[in-house]
Write a protein that binds this ligand. Structure first.
Ligand code: GYE
Length: 348
């Protein structure tokens, strides 16, 4: 069966999933099963015990798109780890559209996958499809981003970064930098990620809560760059037109938008990292290289490597075990305060 024709990719849907297969076999099936039983009980450690403990798992994963190096790294890691853990993965890419994600989840339900995982592009609008998954008895794992549903218990857990803490780390860096430069007032522009997405909401909240009580901080405007490089550039162009040399700080919710913005700052004859303090989030290799060149001042890490935890959690759910409701990876920040010469390659 090749699912690839219909959407981005799919690996190994087991033949035994095809509805009606076992029904057709009738008496032959019973005979086959009996023979199998006799054969296997006659052999100690022939593998059946292990298989019963860890039955093969079919996981449906709806990725939200390919908007950034982070997202591409995340998809690759999930594919790689599925292979390593022996998990059959149905992977669909929604190309930034919520309706595509809803349709993908419905297909996973129709295929009777064991576990559904998805990275919701925005927080609202999932109630109906999640109720359908619940009625079908299929557990749902949230990867990376959260949902906001009316009913409790429609999802089992969330595996993803603590975006609020990332915003706090960004704010704390800015306070330290302002102290180091001895500035008594800084004007900040914020370029946010996709509106109504969890990282956009939490990265903003964490940052604002951290700088709010510092009277030197002034956020002059906040614009939506949708986590895209092209939008980051557009936003920066507009911001420079409106505020010109007034801007002291750019706080951008991801590396892609930051890299787009940097090119515009340079085009305007300003030096990013010096004339304007640049704070970003993610920590992909390209952005880290630019930080090392001194054009970005701080990058708060957000790791896309969630694949192992996802596979382990899905396997636990398949075995009927309970799982932690919230799993945050450990994260740090990279900045011009540190010696980064020996930093390991980021892997994405
Ligand atoms: O920071 C950004 C991506 O949800 C954590 O989405 C993710 C964010 C990530 O497009 O680059």
């Amino acid at each position: 069966m090749n699912y690839r024709d219909e959407n981005e990719c799919i690996l190994n849907i087991k033949q035994s999933r095809i509805p009606g297969k076992w029904r057709i076999l009738g008496k032959a099936r019973i005979l086959l099963l009996a023979l199998c039983l006799i054969f296997c009980t006659g052999l100690s450690g022939c593998g059946t015990k292990e298989a019963a403990e860890d039955p093969e798992l079919l996981l449906g994963f709806s990725q939200l798109g390919s908007e950034s190096a982070w997202r591409i790294g995340n998809t690759r890691d999930i594919e790689k780890k599925a292979g390593e853990y022996g998990v059959s993965l149905m992977l669909e890419n929604a190309n930034q559209k919520q309706e595509n994600q809803i349709a993908a989840i419905r297909r996973f339900i129709a295929y009777k996958v064991d576990v559904i995982a998805f990275s919701p592009i925005v927080e609202e609008g999932w109630d109906n499809v999640l109720k359908e998954a619940k009625e079908a008895g299929i557990p749902v794992i949230l990867v990376d981003r959260d949902v906001n549903t009316k009913e409790e218990g429609l999802t089992t857990c969330l595996i993803g970064a603590d975006f609020y803490k990332e915003g706090v780390m960004a704010g704390e860096y800015l306070i330290r930098k302002t102290n180091a430069l001895g500035k008594d007032h800084v004007k900040i522009v914020e370029i946010t990620g996709t509106e109504d997405s969890t990282p956009m909401r939490q990265r903003q909240a964490g940052f604002m809560d951290t700088i709010r009580s510092d009277s030197r901080m002034e956020v002059i405007t906040s614009v939506n760059g949708d986590f895209l490089k092209s939008r980051g550039a557009e936003c920066m162009r507009e911001l420079l037109k409106t505020y010109g040399n007034e801007i002291d700080v750019v706080y951008s919710h991801n590396d892609e938008m930051t890299l787009g913005a940097l090119a515009e700052i340079e085009k305007a004859g300003l030096t990013p990292g010096k004339d304007i303090i640049i704070i970003s989030i993610d920590g992909g290799q390209d952005a880290i290289n630019v930080l090392k060149e001194g054009k970005i001042n701080c990058i708060v890490e957000c790791t896309p490597m969630l694949g192992s935890t996802l596979m382990e959690t899905a396997q636990k759910l398949k075995r009927g075990e309970t799982v932690d409701k919230l799993i945050h990876p450990e994260e740090r920040y990279f900045s011009d305060e540190q010696d980064l010469t020996n930093l390991e390659p980021r892997g994405y």
